[in-house]
Design a protein. Structure first.
Ligand SMILES: [Zn+2]
Ligand SMILES: [Zn+2]
Length: 337
């Protein structure tokens, strides 16, 4: 691998990461002329760009969420294929975060920069596994960029949910899940662990789950929770977005047992503050060991950290002999809640 150019050809602008020799942005925080989008979460896939390039799955997710605002023209690029934009070769590699999520591999004059977007390293039955790509500059998130964050095995966490269901067969198990990714992963994990009863869904989760189904991800039988008699929900699993967990709708449920699936459930006070009785540590982001391991694996001499706990990861990368800095891109939020 050649040494990176001393003048960075990818830099931050008020609209986000800008790739100068290609004249496009990656995950711009507002509408721009030309954008490449890593995945469908709303802080990465913003409305209003003229031309959008992403995986076919990400474009389908954007169309569902944003309608006509998804972009003027939408150009699908499957994993592994290369297109040239301006002077830059662009390829998308799986990021393992949610369905369609991609790292953007950029090559210009012998230098390779990888924008990883959000990513995780664990296998996830609902999306392609993260592919490490060696590069000169690796641009990484750091949502769980502190040594306290070590995610347990997801099978262990699903086991705890199923155990609780056996212990409390009359309580509806209300599980807070992010609507894109976590909801569908939880369904797939439940099926993988032998749970074959229908799973009830809050209305806000139905369309995205149906889209996953249309895109070929089998999730078993789901039923809308709306209009179901209270008694019928006893002993069932009901998934809902975290925002709906404590509203009137949730309070009307029969003796609900509140659970939440998020990497933040590792923090006991956070679970307690949110009234979560059964915290499930299931994350769609890399934990500390995986962030640090990935930095080593991609062999990049230079690491840029976009969002999360930038400081700790920058320090660790520096200790590993990398040139590292925080980019502090404004506008990226936390999709684990
Ligand atoms: Zn995300
Ligand atoms: Zn993010």
């Amino acid at each position: 691998m050649t040494t990176p150019h001393s003048t960075p050809w990818v830099r931050t602008t008020p609209a986000g990461l800008y790739v100068e020799p290609g004249d496009f942005h990656v995950d711009p925080v507002r509408g721009v002329e030309r954008s490449v989008v890593t995945h469908g979460h709303s802080d990465h896939a913003r409305p209003g760009s003229r031309h959008v390039l992403a995986t076919p799955e990400t474009l389908a997710i954007m169309r569902l969420r944003l309608g006509d605002q998804a972009g003027g023209t939408l150009q699908p690029l499957p994993y592994g294929e290369t297109v040239r934009i301006g002077e830059v070769d662009v390829r998308l590699a799986p990021a393992g975060h949610v369905l369609g999520s991609a790292q953007v591999v950029l090559e210009w004059r012998g230098s390779r920069i990888v924008v990883s977007g959000d990513y995780k390293r664990r296998p996830d039955p609902t999306c392609a596994l993260f592919e490490p790509v060696e590069c000169d500059v690796f641009i990484t998130e750091a949502t769980f960029g502190l040594p306290v964050f070590r995610h347990p095995d997801d099978g262990h966490e699903i086991g705890r949910l199923l155990h609780s269901l056996a212990l409390f067969p009359d309580r509806v198990h209300l599980v807070g899940v992010y609507s894109l990714g976590k909801c569908q992963r939880l369904l797939a994990l439940l099926r993988r662990h032998g749970y074959d009863r229908p799973v009830y869904l809050h209305g806000a989760l139905i369309q995205m789950t149906e889209l996953y189904g249309r895109l070929g991800v089998a999730l078993g039988e789901t039923l809308p929770a709306a209009g179901v008699a209270r008694g019928e929900l006893a002993g069932q699993i009901l998934l809902a977005p975290p925002s709906a967990m404590h509203d009137l709708w949730a309070r009307k449920l029969p003796d609900p047992l509140i659970a939440m699936a998020s990497g933040w459930m590792r923090v006991k006070q956070r679970a307690k503050a949110r009234g979560v009785e059964l915290p499930l540590v299931i994350s769609d982001h890399a934990d500390w060991d995986e962030l640090v391991g990935t930095i080593a694996e991609v062999k990049a001499p230079e690491i840029w950290v976009t969002h999360g706990n930038e400081e700790a990861l920058v320090r660790q990368a520096t200790l590993l002999g990398r040139k590292a800095r925080a980019l502090s891109v404004v506008g990226y939020e936390d999709d684990e809640t």
